[in-house]
Design a protein around this ligand. Sequence first.
Ligand SMILES: [Zn+2]
Length: 84
Amino acid sequence: MPENLNLVEIASKHVLLQQSRKALKARCPFHKDDTTSLMITPQNNFFKCFGCGAEGGPIEFLMRIENKSRTEIVNGLAKQGFPL
Ligand SMILES: [Zn+2]
């Protein structure tokens, strides 16, 4: 996992993040979420949804939110100058 991809930064462009004790919480953008099922732990650069089971790192988040394959995401990031 590329270190310079910050999941919190990426996620904050798509969802409203709320600070909770150990993690950040948000309404999950991957299913119809009336609560804040999505948890992001900044230390691990990792997200997990307790509603739909989506989980992963920055690449997985982008794949789901942009509905693209891993290759498309990685190529897109490379074009933006991320050394992957
Ligand atoms: Zn979800």
